[in-house]
Design a protein around this ligand. Structure first.
Ligand code: ZN
Length: 201
């Protein structure tokens, strides 16, 4: 295939992906929701033309931080961040993430997960021991979540006036923003709802 340019928006912490030139791009820019905008290339001179490759690229920093601590494999991390990566209908060139490959009899959407649950090689599923630095990282992330929970619980104490945002809404927002931190989930603060994500339920 040739090389195709995709336009990516970062909006409220999620990526939204269009084919460059799509009419919705101007509409999205006009909406004022856009935090960041950039182009990526897929095809011959770019990423593999799959949703997997694009998600892995867009979230590469966070994924590398969280594998294997939060997600045992890159594939599991990519499946999780698919929730935060929206491919619009104009993006037709990419092989969908949930598309079953070759094997028949699999339900749609279970492809990658099913593949993940089967170890690629035999017996190389060992989980590396977390290093001291990884443990420190997790402690730091957990402390950040605790601090955020304190703010969400009592915004007034931090000089904030959240106007129409209720305390429940604020806590929910904060939880959604922070779900990707490499926290110890057992210590997720009660003041924050659990992030509403398939891998957290
Ligand atoms: Zn589009």
């Amino acid at each position: 295939m040739s090389t195709i340019t995709l336009t990516v928006f970062l909006i409220n912490g999620d990526f939204e992906v269009h084919t460059a030139g799509c009419r919705d791009i101007a509409r999205t820019v006009k909406s004022g929701r856009v935090g960041n905008r950039f182009n990526i290339k897929v095809g011959d001179a770019g990423l593999d033309p799959t949703e997997y490759a694009v998600i892995a690229d867009l979230w590469s920093d966070i994924i590398s931080e969280n594998v294997p601590e939060t997600y045992s494999t890159e594939a599991k991390a990519v499946a999780s961040y698919a929730d935060n990566t929206k491919f619009y209908d104009c993006v037709k060139v990419l092989e969908p993430l949930g598309k079953p490959k070759a094997k028949t009899g699999q339900k749609l959407g279970t492809g990658p997960k099913a593949a993940v649950s089967q170890p690629m090689g035999s017996g190389n599923r060992e989980t590396p021991k977390p290093s001291v630095k990884q443990a420190a990282k997790r402690d730091l992330a957990t402390a950040v979540v605790m601090a955020a929970a304190a703010v969400a619980k009592d915004p007034g104490a931090y000089g904030l006036d959240l106007a129409d945002i209720s305390q429940d809404e604020a806590a929910k927002m904060v939880a959604q923003w922070l779900h990707h931190l490499p926290v110890n989930r057992d210590n997720w603060p009660a003041a924050l709802p659990k992030p509403d994500r398939s891998d957290w339920r």
